[in-house]
Design a protein around this ligand. Structure first.
Ligand code: ADP
Ligand code: MG
Length: 259
């Protein structure tokens, strides 16, 4: 059985890296679909005002009356906002209005705790809750790391990829000190990885050894199939189920289940 988060019942996985375009949203959608295919009950949380995860699961944020914004502001319950997608995963969706709510939240008491507290009443319904973080280290990412049992860091192994990792780990240190002492870093997940190039292997080795981070395996290969999938409102696990990119995410899901 999956080891439950002590306070909630579900494992809560934050997928974070303040660099944009590293594969956070793709990872959340694909792992969610893979875990659902393994029979797990999965809730995905879109915490990015760009709402890419919401879009990529075939939901138009403009047509939503309630989203994660109202939940964080304390106006609605999580259960009022959660929608069912056709990949068998549930979604707590985002909209562009979350951007302005983030500024409001910065002045509100309990801001880092709001997501954790909002998820508590629904956490018993799920085996896994996976949070897609925005490309910044602001209050939304702090709230995600406070709600999380585990952190996964998607990383593209290019020359400057290490620059943000130290800052992200500083944030993790603060979160462990002030809001969530038991947050566990699962490690980095290489995305768009070409293991045939010495360069990618060297960058991965440099980052993991200098920061003492584990590599979550297998690495996700670079393939154009990932860019195509959101246009269909489905993850690569549906649009190209037998592709090696889809298989890599199924294998990472199995790694998570064993972790
Ligand atoms: P983030 O959420 O970190 O900004 P995304 O998941 O949105 O990153 O990915 C950024 C872009 O890279 C998207 O166009 C996505 O389709 C593409 N992408 C993600 N993973 C891969 C991959 N393994 N190979 C090729 N392209 C990828
Ligand atoms: Mg994203």
């Amino acid at each position: 059985p999956d080891a439950p988060h002590p306070s909630s019942g579900a494992r809560v996985l934050a997928v974070a890296n303040q660099k944009g375009g590293v594969g956070k949203t793709t990872t959340v959608a694909s792992l969610g679909a893979a875990l659902a295919q393994r029979g797990r009950h999965v809730l995905l949380v879109d915490l990015d005002p760009q709402a890419s995860l919401t879009f990529s699961l075939g939901i138009d944020p403009e047509e939503l009356d309630v989203s994660v914004r109202e939940v964080l502001l304390g106006e609605k319950e999580a259960s009022d906002a959660i929608v069912v997608t056709d990949e068998a995963v549930h979604l707590l969706p985002s909209t562009i209005e979350l951007a302005e709510a983030e500024e409001t939240l910065a002045t509100r008491t309990g801001r880092e705790q709001r997501l954790r507290v909002a998820l508590e009443p629904v956490a018993g319904d799920y085996d896994w809750i996976i949070i897609d973080c925005p490309p910044s280290l602001g209050v939304l990412t702090a709230a995600a790391l406070t709600a999380a049992s585990d952190l996964l860091i998607p990383l593209q192994c290019e020359t400057l990829a290490h620059r943000g990792v130290g800052q992200l780990l500083d944030t993790v240190h603060d979160v462990r000190t002030f809001t969530n002492p038991t947050l566990r870093i699962l490690g980095v997940l290489p995305t768009a990885y070409d293991g045939r190039t010495k360069h990618a292997r060297a960058v991965l080795e440099a980052i993991t050894s200098s920061y003492g981070l584990a590599v979550v395996e297998p690495a996700i290969p670079r393939t154009v199939r990932f860019a195509e999938a959101p246009a269909y409102g489905q993850s690569i696990l549906r649009t190209a189920a037998s592709h090696r990119g889809a298989q890599a995410y199924r294998d990472v899901a199995d790694t998570l289940l064993a972790s």
